[in-house]
Design a protein around this ligand. Structure first.
Ligand SMILES: [Ca+2]
Length: 406
């Protein structure tokens, strides 16, 4: 049969009309099939709103140059960059190292207080004083040995001129009580624009300490807000008159290992590990309760429900986004470097997921998800945007990746 151009148009119009009649359930399936996640969830919990999980798959169009710039550097956990652009990277075993942005080793820094590096503990995150160029002060979080076990602590010290030691070390904060566990230290630290420090802690992954995430007299399972000497930041909602720890900014967290500010809105965003499913990202606002362990989209590792097995409750915040199965988000960062299609996207380093997640966010909702470096077989521990707009990643196997536009 001879088909002219008009008939083709007519046929495609019929096709479009026909496919429109197939909407409803079929289209919902198509949408969920377009997610990067192809495995079934562990639960039949329903999201509180449709953009809360399994966003549509997306793909970076920009040509990327991805290099492993260093290998076998130790057990890196946190990183930042010095004013000259070089990378300052912690090592779980209790020291830090400096590398160039090409991965060349410059120096090892020692002189830190003793750390308990068993399990998830050790020398963890690092950040620079906002006035580093004049005072050379650095701040770090670590699991501190204690007669009752260990706890998440924050210390500060001056980076010596020769960059080989820290001087005048002071422990400024301890997330009490101490507990004997190698797990869930939280431990990202981040300065806000006013010069106050946010510190995340975990609930120590034990049935005994887990309820303390909801307890305002405990430092566990919180995001704290403190000044450079470890005093409560002004404006914290809970005071010691409320029988609360006055350092607490938010509560109801399981184990927050990701903290970052949105480059345009200045909102604080956090990522935390769920149990079996239920990893979350949240927008962090003063005084709010993020629900753990009362509400969660995850299960016990045994498959049992957690508590009453509920996902929503009045007075408790819903995550902006969650994952089931778990991908285990550690360090996170928003991107505002040279890759223009990545502007204001969130990147998350994933441990069990063994990839880097890129999320496109619009009006505080996730509208696209991409998995990067998913064939590397690496546990990505922290991400950091370098001075020249490169994205750096460190892995539990001791590699430094550098990702930039070709
Ligand atoms: Ca939550």
């Amino acid at each position: 049969m001879y088909i002219n151009k008009n008939s083709l148009l007519l046929l495609s119009a019929i096709g479009i009309f026909y496919s429109c009649k197939q909407t409803g359930e079929a289209q919902t399936n198509t949408q969920s099939n377009s997610s990067v996640e192809t495995q079934a969830p562990n639960t039949d919990y329903q999201p509180a709103f449709k953009e809360q999980t399994r966003a549509p798959r997306m793909k970076t169009e920009t040509d990327l140059q991805i290099d492993i710039i260093a290998k076998s550097i130790g057990k890196p956990w946190g990183m930042t960059h010095l004013p000259n652009g070089r990378l300052l990277i912690t090592d779980k075993n209790g020291f830090m190292q400096i590398f160039t942005t090409n991965g060349e080793f410059i120096t090892k820094i020692t002189g830190f207080p003793e750390v308990d590096s068993q399990g998830q503990g050790g020398l963890l995150d690092v950040t620079l004083d906002p006035d580093f160029e004049s005072n050379r002060m650095i701040y770090w979080s670590f699991s501190e040995p204690h007669e009752n076990g260990n706890l998440t602590s924050v210390a500060k010290g001056k980076l010596a001129e020769d960059e080989k030691t820290v001087e005048n070390v002071n422990i400024i904060f301890q997330a009490t009580p101490a507990f004997n566990s190698p797990l869930h230290f939280g431990s990202r630290i981040l300065f806000d624009k006013e010069g106050y420090l946010f510190v995340s802690t975990g609930e120590r992954s034990d049935i005994e300490t887990r309820p303390q995430a909801q307890d305002l007299s405990s430092g566990l399972g919180k995001i704290h807000h403190i000044d450079k000497d470890g005093n409560p930041a002004p404006g914290n909602k809970y005071t010691s008159e409320d029988l609360a720890m006055p350092y607490i900014y938010t509560y109801g967290h399981r184990n927050v290992q990701g903290l970052t500010f949105h480059p345009e809105t200045d909102q604080l965003w956090a990522a935390e590990f769920g149990p079996k499913g239920g990893d979350e990202i949240n927008i962090i606002e003063n005084g709010k309760n993020y629900g753990w362990p009362i509400i969660t989209y995850g299960l016990e590792y045994s498959g049992e429900t957690i508590g009453e097995g509920i996902t929503q409750k009045d007075g408790m915040e819903q995550p902006v986004y969650y994952w089931d199965p778990a991908i285990s988000p550690s360090g996170i960062t928003f991107y505002n470097g040279t890759v223009s299609e990545w502007k204001n996207n969130m990147f998350l380093g994933c441990l069990s997921g063994q990839h880097i997640i890129r999320l496109k966010i619009k009006d505080n909702k996730v509208i696209g998800e991409e998995r990067l470096l998913e064939n590397e077989g690496e546990r990505f521990r922290d991400l950091h945007q370098g001075k020249e707009g490169e994205l750096f990643a460190i892995t539990d196997s001791g590699k430094i990746y550098r990702i930039k536009q070709k």
